[in-house]
Design a protein around this ligand. Sequence first.
Ligand SMILES: Nc1ncnc2c1ncn2[C@@H]1O[C@H](COP(=O)(O)OP(=O)(O)OP(=O)(O)O)[C@@H](O)[C@H]1O
Ligand SMILES: [Mg+2]
Length: 247
Amino acid sequence: MLKIEDLTVEVNGKTLLHDINLEVKKGYTNVLFGPNGAGKTALMRTIMGFSEYKVVKGQILFNEEKINDMPVDERASRGLGIMMQRPPDMSGIKLKDLIRVASKGQKNPEKLSEKLSMKPFLDRDINVGFSGGEIKRSELLQLAAQDPSFYLLDEPESGVDLVSIEQVGMTIKSLLEEGVNCPGKSCERGKSALIITHTGRILNYLKADRGYILCNGTIMCSGNPLKMLEEIKNKGYEECIKCRLMM
Ligand SMILES: Nc1ncnc2c1ncn2[C@@H]1O[C@H](COP(=O)(O)OP(=O)(O)OP(=O)(O)O)[C@@H](O)[C@H]1O
Ligand SMILES: [Mg+2]
Protein backbone atom coordinates (compact mmCIF):
# COMPACT_ATOMS: atom_id res chain seq x y z
CA MET A 1 0.00 0.00 0.00
CA LEU A 2 2.89 2.31 0.89
CA LYS A 3 6.17 1.75 -0.90
CA ILE A 4 9.24 3.92 -0.44
CA GLU A 5 12.09 3.44 -2.88
CA ASP A 6 15.62 4.86 -2.59
CA LEU A 7 14.29 7.97 -0.92
CA THR A 8 16.65 10.85 -0.14
CA VAL A 9 15.28 13.95 1.57
CA GLU A 10 16.71 17.38 2.32
CA VAL A 11 15.63 20.22 4.59
CA ASN A 12 17.18 23.63 3.93
CA GLY A 13 19.85 21.97 1.80
CA LYS A 14 20.80 19.46 4.53
CA THR A 15 20.31 15.73 3.86
CA LEU A 16 18.19 14.25 6.67
CA LEU A 17 17.26 10.93 5.09
CA HIS A 18 19.04 8.91 2.44
CA ASP A 19 18.42 5.76 0.37
CA ILE A 20 15.35 4.74 2.37
CA ASN A 21 13.53 1.59 1.28
CA LEU A 22 10.42 0.58 3.20
CA GLU A 23 7.11 -1.08 2.49
CA VAL A 24 3.81 -1.43 4.34
CA LYS A 25 1.34 -3.82 2.74
CA LYS A 26 -2.42 -3.38 2.96
CA GLY A 27 -3.67 -4.39 6.40
CA TYR A 28 -0.16 -4.46 7.89
CA THR A 29 1.04 -2.62 10.97
CA ASN A 30 4.76 -1.91 10.69
CA VAL A 31 6.94 -0.32 13.33
CA LEU A 32 9.79 2.16 13.02
CA PHE A 33 12.46 2.11 15.73
CA GLY A 34 15.55 4.27 16.04
CA PRO A 35 17.50 6.55 18.38
CA ASN A 36 16.69 10.22 18.99
CA GLY A 37 17.53 12.35 15.98
CA ALA A 38 17.67 9.39 13.58
CA GLY A 39 15.12 10.91 11.20
CA LYS A 40 11.96 8.96 12.09
CA THR A 41 9.71 12.01 12.39
CA ALA A 42 11.28 13.51 9.26
CA LEU A 43 10.35 10.33 7.37
CA MET A 44 6.73 10.46 8.54
CA ARG A 45 6.43 14.15 7.74
CA THR A 46 7.92 13.51 4.29
CA ILE A 47 5.37 10.76 3.64
CA MET A 48 2.56 13.12 4.70
CA GLY A 49 3.94 15.85 2.45
CA PHE A 50 5.01 18.66 4.82
CA SER A 51 6.51 21.20 2.45
CA GLU A 52 9.90 21.78 4.13
CA TYR A 53 10.96 18.18 3.37
CA LYS A 54 12.27 18.06 -0.22
CA VAL A 55 12.53 14.71 -1.95
CA VAL A 56 15.73 14.90 -3.99
CA LYS A 57 15.89 11.23 -5.02
CA GLY A 58 13.62 8.20 -5.07
CA GLN A 59 9.89 7.92 -4.77
CA ILE A 60 6.93 7.48 -2.45
CA LEU A 61 4.17 5.29 -3.83
CA PHE A 62 0.76 5.16 -2.17
CA ASN A 63 -1.62 2.62 -3.68
CA GLU A 64 0.79 2.47 -6.63
CA GLU A 65 0.49 6.21 -7.27
CA LYS A 66 3.58 8.39 -7.02
CA ILE A 67 2.84 11.07 -4.44
CA ASN A 68 6.28 12.78 -4.19
CA ASP A 69 4.97 16.16 -5.31
CA MET A 70 1.45 16.02 -3.96
CA PRO A 71 0.36 18.58 -1.33
CA VAL A 72 -0.68 17.43 2.16
CA ASP A 73 -4.42 17.84 1.59
CA GLU A 74 -4.39 15.65 -1.52
CA ARG A 75 -2.45 12.95 0.33
CA ALA A 76 -5.02 13.16 3.14
CA SER A 77 -7.89 12.86 0.68
CA ARG A 78 -6.25 9.71 -0.74
CA GLY A 79 -6.26 8.15 2.75
CA LEU A 80 -3.10 9.17 4.60
CA GLY A 81 -3.50 10.43 8.17
CA ILE A 82 -0.87 11.44 10.72
CA MET A 83 -0.66 11.64 14.51
CA MET A 84 2.15 14.11 15.05
CA GLN A 85 4.82 13.82 17.73
CA ARG A 86 4.40 17.49 18.63
CA PRO A 87 1.31 18.99 16.99
CA PRO A 88 0.94 22.78 17.07
CA ASP A 89 -1.54 24.68 19.28
CA MET A 90 -4.42 26.08 17.21
CA SER A 91 -5.80 29.12 19.00
CA GLY A 92 -9.29 30.13 17.89
CA ILE A 93 -10.25 26.69 16.53
CA LYS A 94 -12.36 24.49 18.76
CA LEU A 95 -11.68 20.77 18.77
CA LYS A 96 -15.31 19.95 17.95
CA ASP A 97 -15.23 22.18 14.85
CA LEU A 98 -12.14 20.41 13.53
CA ILE A 99 -13.79 17.05 14.22
CA ARG A 100 -16.80 18.13 12.14
CA VAL A 101 -14.59 19.30 9.26
CA ALA A 102 -12.32 16.23 9.41
CA SER A 103 -15.32 13.90 9.27
CA LYS A 104 -16.99 16.02 6.56
CA GLY A 105 -19.93 16.47 8.92
CA GLN A 106 -20.51 12.72 8.99
CA LYS A 107 -19.60 12.06 12.62
CA ASN A 108 -20.99 13.39 15.87
CA PRO A 109 -18.09 14.88 17.90
CA GLU A 110 -19.74 14.03 21.27
CA LYS A 111 -20.25 10.39 20.36
CA LEU A 112 -16.82 10.00 18.77
CA SER A 113 -15.07 11.47 21.80
CA GLU A 114 -16.63 9.08 24.34
CA LYS A 115 -14.13 6.23 23.84
CA LEU A 116 -11.18 8.57 24.42
CA SER A 117 -12.82 10.52 27.29
CA MET A 118 -12.39 13.70 25.22
CA LYS A 119 -15.89 15.18 25.65
CA PRO A 120 -14.74 17.90 28.10
CA PHE A 121 -12.19 19.11 25.53
CA LEU A 122 -14.51 19.60 22.56
CA ASP A 123 -15.18 23.28 23.34
CA ARG A 124 -11.54 24.11 23.94
CA ASP A 125 -9.07 25.50 21.41
CA ILE A 126 -7.09 22.63 19.90
CA ASN A 127 -4.12 21.62 22.06
CA VAL A 128 -4.02 24.97 23.88
CA GLY A 129 -3.10 24.11 27.46
CA PHE A 130 -3.65 20.38 26.85
CA SER A 131 -1.40 18.05 28.85
CA GLY A 132 0.97 15.69 26.97
CA GLY A 133 -1.43 12.75 27.27
CA GLU A 134 -4.46 14.88 26.35
CA ILE A 135 -2.69 16.01 23.17
CA LYS A 136 -2.16 12.39 22.12
CA ARG A 137 -5.83 11.57 22.72
CA SER A 138 -6.88 14.72 20.84
CA GLU A 139 -4.71 13.69 17.87
CA LEU A 140 -6.25 10.24 17.90
CA LEU A 141 -9.75 11.69 18.02
CA GLN A 142 -8.99 13.86 14.99
CA LEU A 143 -7.72 10.78 13.15
CA ALA A 144 -10.83 8.81 14.11
CA ALA A 145 -12.88 11.64 12.57
CA GLN A 146 -10.78 11.70 9.40
CA ASP A 147 -10.95 7.88 9.08
CA PRO A 148 -7.81 7.41 6.94
CA SER A 149 -6.94 4.09 5.34
CA PHE A 150 -3.28 4.49 6.40
CA TYR A 151 -2.20 5.71 9.85
CA LEU A 152 1.16 7.37 10.47
CA LEU A 153 1.51 7.35 14.27
CA ASP A 154 4.50 9.22 15.68
CA GLU A 155 5.08 8.02 19.26
CA PRO A 156 1.42 7.50 20.19
CA GLU A 157 2.33 6.44 23.73
CA SER A 158 4.80 9.14 24.68
CA GLY A 159 3.60 11.17 27.65
CA VAL A 160 0.60 8.87 28.16
CA ASP A 161 0.17 7.55 31.71
CA LEU A 162 0.10 3.84 32.56
CA VAL A 163 -3.70 3.71 32.74
CA SER A 164 -4.50 5.83 29.67
CA ILE A 165 -2.08 3.80 27.54
CA GLU A 166 -4.63 0.99 27.50
CA GLN A 167 -7.30 3.42 26.28
CA VAL A 168 -4.99 4.76 23.56
CA GLY A 169 -3.76 1.27 22.59
CA MET A 170 -7.26 -0.23 22.39
CA THR A 171 -8.55 2.75 20.40
CA ILE A 172 -5.76 2.40 17.85
CA LYS A 173 -6.42 -1.35 17.67
CA SER A 174 -10.11 -0.82 16.98
CA LEU A 175 -9.41 1.90 14.38
CA LEU A 176 -7.00 -0.39 12.53
CA GLU A 177 -9.45 -3.27 12.67
CA GLU A 178 -12.27 -1.30 11.05
CA GLY A 179 -13.33 -3.04 7.89
CA VAL A 180 -11.71 -6.33 8.93
CA ASN A 181 -12.44 -9.02 6.42
CA CYS A 182 -12.22 -12.62 7.60
CA PRO A 183 -12.98 -15.04 4.78
CA GLY A 184 -12.52 -18.51 6.26
CA LYS A 185 -9.63 -18.39 8.68
CA SER A 186 -7.49 -15.71 7.04
CA CYS A 187 -8.17 -12.32 8.57
CA GLU A 188 -7.25 -9.17 6.72
CA ARG A 189 -7.23 -5.91 8.66
CA GLY A 190 -8.95 -3.03 6.95
CA LYS A 191 -6.38 -0.34 7.79
CA SER A 192 -2.60 -0.08 7.58
CA ALA A 193 -0.14 1.72 9.83
CA LEU A 194 3.42 2.80 10.37
CA ILE A 195 4.10 3.41 14.05
CA ILE A 196 7.10 5.02 15.72
CA THR A 197 7.78 3.77 19.23
CA HIS A 198 10.75 3.92 21.58
CA THR A 199 9.44 1.76 24.40
CA GLY A 200 7.24 -0.62 22.42
CA ARG A 201 4.50 -0.26 25.07
CA ILE A 202 1.89 0.30 22.37
CA LEU A 203 2.71 -3.13 20.94
CA ASN A 204 1.07 -4.73 24.01
CA TYR A 205 -2.24 -3.82 22.37
CA LEU A 206 -1.51 -4.23 18.65
CA LYS A 207 -0.27 -6.98 16.42
CA ALA A 208 2.81 -5.63 14.66
CA ASP A 209 3.90 -7.30 11.43
CA ARG A 210 7.32 -5.91 10.55
CA GLY A 211 9.90 -3.70 12.21
CA TYR A 212 12.46 -1.30 10.73
CA ILE A 213 15.38 0.38 12.44
CA LEU A 214 16.34 3.84 11.23
CA CYS A 215 19.77 5.17 12.24
CA ASN A 216 21.67 8.16 10.88
CA GLY A 217 19.00 8.91 8.31
CA THR A 218 18.71 5.47 6.74
CA ILE A 219 17.11 2.07 7.33
CA MET A 220 19.71 -0.24 8.87
CA CYS A 221 17.65 -3.43 9.12
CA SER A 222 14.18 -4.91 9.17
CA GLY A 223 12.63 -7.98 10.73
CA ASN A 224 10.35 -9.32 13.45
CA PRO A 225 9.36 -6.22 15.46
CA LEU A 226 9.16 -7.89 18.88
CA LYS A 227 12.55 -9.59 18.43
CA MET A 228 14.02 -6.28 17.30
CA LEU A 229 12.64 -4.56 20.37
CA GLU A 230 14.26 -7.20 22.60
CA GLU A 231 17.59 -6.74 20.79
CA ILE A 232 17.42 -2.98 21.19
CA LYS A 233 16.58 -3.31 24.89
CA ASN A 234 19.48 -5.71 25.44
CA LYS A 235 22.13 -4.31 23.13
CA GLY A 236 21.06 -0.85 22.04
CA TYR A 237 21.31 0.12 18.37
CA GLU A 238 25.03 -0.69 17.95
CA GLU A 239 24.57 -4.28 16.75
CA CYS A 240 22.26 -3.11 14.03
CA ILE A 241 24.66 -0.48 12.80
CA LYS A 242 27.52 -3.04 12.77
CA CYS A 243 25.39 -5.49 10.81
CA ARG A 244 24.72 -2.80 8.20
CA LEU A 245 28.43 -1.99 7.92
CA MET A 246 29.16 -5.66 7.21
CA MET A 247 26.54 -5.90 4.43
N1 LIG B 1 13.43 21.65 9.63
C1 LIG B 1 14.60 21.17 10.04
N2 LIG B 1 15.76 21.90 9.89
C2 LIG B 1 16.95 21.41 10.28
N3 LIG B 1 17.12 20.19 10.86
C3 LIG B 1 16.01 19.45 11.02
C4 LIG B 1 14.71 19.89 10.63
N4 LIG B 1 13.81 18.90 10.91
C5 LIG B 1 14.54 17.91 11.48
N5 LIG B 1 15.85 18.25 11.55
C6 LIG B 1 16.94 17.44 12.15
O1 LIG B 1 16.88 16.15 11.59
C7 LIG B 1 17.26 15.18 12.54
C8 LIG B 1 16.17 14.13 12.63
O2 LIG B 1 15.05 14.67 13.31
P1 LIG B 1 13.76 13.83 13.62
O3 LIG B 1 12.81 14.73 14.32
O4 LIG B 1 13.28 13.19 12.39
O5 LIG B 1 14.35 12.72 14.64
P2 LIG B 1 13.60 11.50 15.33
O6 LIG B 1 14.23 10.24 14.83
O7 LIG B 1 12.13 11.63 15.15
O8 LIG B 1 14.01 11.69 16.86
P3 LIG B 1 13.16 11.54 18.23
O9 LIG B 1 13.19 10.08 18.57
O10 LIG B 1 13.93 12.36 19.21
O11 LIG B 1 11.79 12.06 17.99
C9 LIG B 1 17.49 15.94 13.85
O12 LIG B 1 18.87 16.13 14.02
C10 LIG B 1 16.75 17.24 13.64
O13 LIG B 1 17.31 18.30 14.39
MG1 LIG C 1 10.58 12.05 16.38
